[in-house]
Design a protein around this ligand. Structure first.
Ligand SMILES: NC(=O)c1ccc[n+]([C@@H]2O[C@H](COP(=O)([O-])OP(=O)(O)OC[C@H]3O[C@@H](n4cnc5c(N)ncnc54)[C@H](OP(=O)(O)O)[C@@H]3O)[C@@H](O)[C@H]2O)c1
Length: 332
């Protein structure tokens, strides 16, 4: 039985992605948030193309169902418990990754996300959206770095792929959102913009992290063969929107934003194309940014223009290090 803290079950995915990756035999791919949505499609698509899949989910019946679905399809899939609302849980997950990846980790897909949650602090004191969407992925990537370098040395390349959103547009990155200021970041009162500003900041952080990492990857040795890429799914009918409503997102602004998204949303199989191409395409390069074309129009994923902002990237890097307690990202 699901507990009251657990989201309801998601339906089995109807299909794999419309995108066919190259064969991924001998590759190990770790994906956060693959109980549903783009993460689940990515896990199924990469798994049925030969990759070993490590499923980083917080424990739930949804996680159990997703694992069973991949195994039923013949995928070599392993569950790695990981609650992105807790840095301790992320550290435990990273220890398991090290055990499960003796010859390295080829791709780390930082896909999981929450949207439009109330102004609340995690156990670590951070904003629940920023910690789930960015800070825990920053910490996880740092802890998994030696595994990515090992894969790059063994098989010629490895990748970190972050998942951002069109909602990243708006105000420049503000350090307050990246610090331990959960519960004090705009509140939830009328007119209700606070939760959307916090989501915007977390999704902007995903893109700034991609570029900041790309710029800092060592230029020599096997680490130079680790790539940092980004994707966004476009408006996607994944169930993410229903979770916002279930978390109390019922103000007029919430209903308007969710209605506008779902009106043009495409299926998850299409929304997953960007993250799949960034994770799998043979000709993908570090610093690239993939997404679907148009506003919700299905079609081949396209390479998006870079949105570089050195000040935001520096602020992102330094504040994320301080908040996650890392002194050296590449030697955490
Ligand atoms: N759908 C859209 O229109 C849209 C648009 C732009 C960007 N995105 C981004 O795309 C990504 C995937 O979203 P989606 O649309 O596929 O939504 P989704 O179906 O709700 O998937 C989100 C995933 O994140 C997981 N997750 C949430 N909180 C977590 C936590 N504390 N620890 C571990 N995992 C957690 C969820 O697991 P649980 O089952 O445990 O909740 C779920 O597996 C997100 O980064 C989102 O911001 C989505």
């Amino acid at each position: 039985m699901p507990t009251s803290r657990e989201p309801s079950r998601s339906p089995a995915i109807a299909a794999e992605s419309t995108y066919t990756p190259p064969r991924l035999d001998d590759r190990t791919i770790a994906i956060t948030g693959c109980t549903s949505g783009t993460g689940r499609v990515t896990a199924m698509t990469c798994g049925t193309s030969g990759a070993r899949i490590l499923m980083l989910n917080r424990p739930s019946t949804r996680a159990d169902d997703a694992l069973a679905e991949l195994r039923d399809a013949g995928v070599d899939a392993t569950a790695v418990p990981c609650d992105l609302q807790s840095f301790d849980s992320v550290r435990e997950a990273a220890e398991l990754l090290a055990q499960y990846c003796p010859s390295g980790l080829d791709v780390l897909c930082n896909n999981a996300g929450v949207m439009g949650l109330p102004d609340a602090a995690t156990v670590d004191g951070c904003d629940v959206q920023m910690q789930t969407n960015h800070l825990s992925h920053f910490l996880l990537t740092s802890l998994a770095w030696p595994l990515l370098v090992a894969a790059a040395e063994e098989r010629g390349e490895a990748r970190v792929v972050n998942q951002t959103s069109g909602a990243r547009h708006g105000k420049p990155l503000d350090a307050a959102y990246l610090g331990a200021n959960g519960g004090n970041l705009g509140g939830d009162g009328f007119p209700g913009f606070g939760k959307w500003r916090r989501y915007q900041q977390s999704k902007l952080a995903n893109l700034m992290f991609t570029y900041a990492l790309h710029d800092r990857i060592p230029s020599t040795g096997p680490a130079a063969k680790v790539m940092s890429l980004c994707a966004h799914p476009g408006p996607t009918d994944s169930g993410l929107q229903a979770k916002t409503t279930a978390a109390g997102g019922t103000q007029l602004i919430d209903r308007l934003i969710l209605w506008r998204t779902l009106r043009v949303a495409h299926p998850v199989e299409v929304g997953a194309e960007g993250i799949l191409r960034a994770s799998c395409d043979d000709d993908a390069r570090s610093g690239e940014f993939y997404g679907p074309p148009g506003r919700g129009q299905p079609g081949p994923a396209e390479l998006l223009p870079a949105e570089r902002n050195p000040d935001s990237e520096r602020l992102l890097w330094e504040t994320s290090l301080a908040t996650t307690g890392i002194s050296d990202f590449f030697r955490a």
